[in-house]
Design a protein around this ligand. Structure first.
Ligand code: ZN
Length: 447
């Protein structure tokens, strides 16, 4: 007798799609293949006509607690993940207190342990003033480090601290995820635009031209090569950076990169039309960048997808003055339906999607083969998809506290209908079934 059998589904891996059943015992996959040979199960989930993928791993989310619970908290944010087919989130350190020390990490750990519906890893901050704290963060189990180069409410790091931080991260074996934009170009440009009376939405993109990304990505790659640090380019928006990343990979630099649905599916024209709701850093760029990003995914320059789930309260996203609006928006609930819609359109295959959404992040942060794959011995993080399920994205229908989405009104085809975390159903047919506190903290295993 096992706990659970998921039967009859089309099981997807980067290598292809096979009809197979999965047996789960104690939160782990214990058998996979022909169901005839399986033991009886306490629960059987029928997946005939459906596709079955490993739980999606989102390596870039902001759940806002502690400190900004009015925007999001761990219960609402990880419930949104469960609805969205995301079974593991890697959470960013720009909370209050920011995750700059082992003490701050403990504060966040307590919140997450109480509230999380899905599994999680916690980033520590690599900041201007906390280099001495990085070893303590590593010892207490951060999944990786996050570093802000661009101008950001939390400040930005200078080149000296960045290089030294990479040296320390290399020694500790932690991957550094970097927000790679040039802060001082942005500061001067935005000041000039404000003085000129520009406060329209397109002025935000004008303040952050492509060279901001090209320069910062170039420095990250040079510093990574000099220090042997493992680095990760967060939320790449700019096609002009891809030749740099490609060349560094060819020289053996340990760099991975992510892009997000809003950079793949929207352009600056959408920002002009829809206004501040679409403000995000780095900005959604001119037509042409998205095609380069898709090509970068296809040729392996970009390794994976992330949402950069960054919720804000409605008034923070709806002002008239672009400079007074916050950057970012939610994405955990819309990511999988949007990407499945692109699968249906033929922009990618389902096995490619599983590589970019499940396998690649598991490998980059030392979670593979426990996560990111459906095979015997892996955690039973399982998402059942209905590729024909149609819906219209509506901010008001989101479970996240933030009801603003840049994809308002978009039609989707394909959706997660059941999300299972370590053998336990946390979402079934649009109903939350899990309990806060089920999610567990993940630490990286050295490669
Ligand atoms: Zn972010």
């Amino acid at each position: 007798m096992v706990d659970l059998v998921v039967r009859g589904g089309q099981v997807v891996s980067p290598a292809g799609i096979v009809t197979a059943a999965l047996a789960v015992q104690g939160g782990v996959i214990v058998a996979m293949g022909e169901e005839a040979a399986f033991p009886d199960a306490r629960e059987v989930i029928e997946a005939a006509g459906r596709h079955v993928i490993p739980g999606v791993i989102d390596p870039h989310v902001h759940l806002r607690a502690p400190g900004f619970e009015y925007k999001e908290d761990w219960a609402t944010g990880t419930a949104a993940a469960a609805f969205g087919g995301v079974t593991t989130v890697l959470e960013m350190p720009n909370s209050d207190p920011p995750t700059t020390t082992a003490e701050a990490l403990r504060v966040k750990q307590a919140v997450a342990a109480r509230d999380a519906h899905v599994d999680y890893g916690l980033y520590g901050m690599l900041g201007q003033d906390n280099l001495a704290a990085l070893e303590g963060l590593a010892r207490h189990g951060v999944i990786g480090l996050k570093c802000f180069m661009g101008n950001n409410p939390i400040g930005h790091i200078d080149d000296g601290a960045l290089l030294e931080g990479f040296e320390i991260a290399a020694r500790l074996g932690l991957r550094v995820s970097v927000h790679a934009e040039n802060a001082t170009i942005i500061e001067r440009r935005s000041a000039r635009l404000r003085v000129a009376g520009r406060h329209d939405a397109p002025a935000h993109l004008e303040s952050r031209p492509s060279v901001c990304a090209v320069d910062a990505v170039g420095r990250v790659l040079a510093f990574a090569e000099a220090t042997d640090a493992r680095v990760h380019i967060a939320h790449e928006s700019c096609g002009d950076t891809l030749p740099l990343i490609r060349a560094s990979k060819a020289r053996g630099v340990a760099v991975t990169a992510e892009t997000c649905p809003h950079y793949l599916l929207l352009t600056a024209d959408d920002v002009t039309r829809r206004g501040p709701a679409l403000r995000v850093n780095p900005p959604i760029r001119e037509a042409g960048h998205a095609a380069a990003l898709w090509a970068g995914l296809a040729d392996g320059t970009i390794d994976m997808l992330a949402t950069d789930h960054a919720p804000h309260a409605v008034p923070e996203k709806t002002g008239k003055n672009i400079w007074e609006c916050w950057s970012g928006f939610g994405g955990l609930e819309t990511d999988v339906p949007l990407m499945l819609t692109e699968v249906q359109r033929g922009r990618m295959t389902l096995p490619q999607y599983v590589r970019w959404a499940c396998l690649a992040p598991a490998q980059a942060w030392g979670l593979y083969p426990r996560k990111g794959v459906l095979q015997v011995g892996a955690d039973a993080d399982i998402v059942i998809l209905d590729l024909e399920r149609e819906a219209t994205i509506r901010g008001e229908g989101l479970r996240s506290k933030s009801k603003i989405t840049p994809f308002e009104g978009l039609r989707t085809r394909g959706a997660p209908v059941c999300t299972i975390v370590r053998g336990r159903v946390v979402m079934r047919e649009g109903r939350l079934e899990g309990q806060p506190g089920w999610g567990r903290m993940l630490t990286r295993t050295p490669a």
